[in-house]
Write a protein that binds this ligand. Sequence first.
Ligand code: ADP
Length: 307
Amino acid sequence: MEQIKIFSPATVANLSCGFDVLGCCLDNVGDEMTIRQNDLNQVRITKITGQDLPLEADKNVAGVAVKALLAAVGSLKGFDIEIDKKIKAGSGIGSSAASAAGAVFGVNKILGDPFSNMELIPFAMEGERLASGNAHADNVAPALLGGFSLVRSYEPLEVLKLPTPEELRVVVLHPLIEIKTKDSRSILRQSVSLKKAISQWGNLGALVSALYTENYGLLGRSLQDNIVEPVRSILIPYFDELKKIAVENGALGFGISGSGPSVYGMCRGDKNAEKVRTAIRDFYKSKDIDFELHLSEINKEGIKILS
Ligand code: ADP
């Protein structure tokens, strides 16, 4: 195989109580990438459509992630990478992660699969280090593994794939304002009260249990964040109103996606997700902010091969 075309999905990281450790994979929102081997022994970003992003391999998360993979296998092979960006950078739905994860997935396939998708996570994380200064895994892991994933530990890295209850749907609102991950991290407090920590790990444990037992009620009660959301939500226009609307219309939970500005509503079933999407759209249409709105199933597979 010399060339591969893939769909690399958007992801919702944090999921309220799982700040920096939890994420899930979306099904119908993502970038398309074409990766082919070249004879130049160089990693090149040959084309980017849909967004203005660096073509220089060392400044693009895709290039950095692929170089980390090639260094690990000791390969001198070169690759050309084309990216059709459908996820805007700085959206909070894993734009940089989609490019980094997609690039290492594609190169790994062309090399004959020396790594499992789980083993590709650390290379994709190098792309995240470039994007935000922090090699986090909560977007690249669900992009590579599909479904829900939990980062138990960073040193050593241990990532778990969690089950996906069938009826879950995600509504994502992306207000078209840019919040850099770096900026939204810098406003976070560095210490947490014991009381808040207790409520957070209670919710996170319960959420994991709810995923295993398909207990939608418990899942909804657990999607709470008493630590990060109160600080970060001030960066998101009309966050409190949106949350109220989503919950009133039956969403199981509502919170910030990644570092924002996107927000997500977790819903049970298509009918409820449609209702939540319509209510959010009607509310935001009356405001002076452009937005994108997505409704997606949870993608259990992760990155998909298109050709
Ligand atoms: P997101 O949470 O949507 O990934 P980040 O703020 O974490 O947003 O990352 C976006 C940053 O990464 C931007 O500064 C962007 O220029 C940089 N970047 C470099 N390469 C890419 C790429 N291929 N796709 C998206 N962002 C990239």
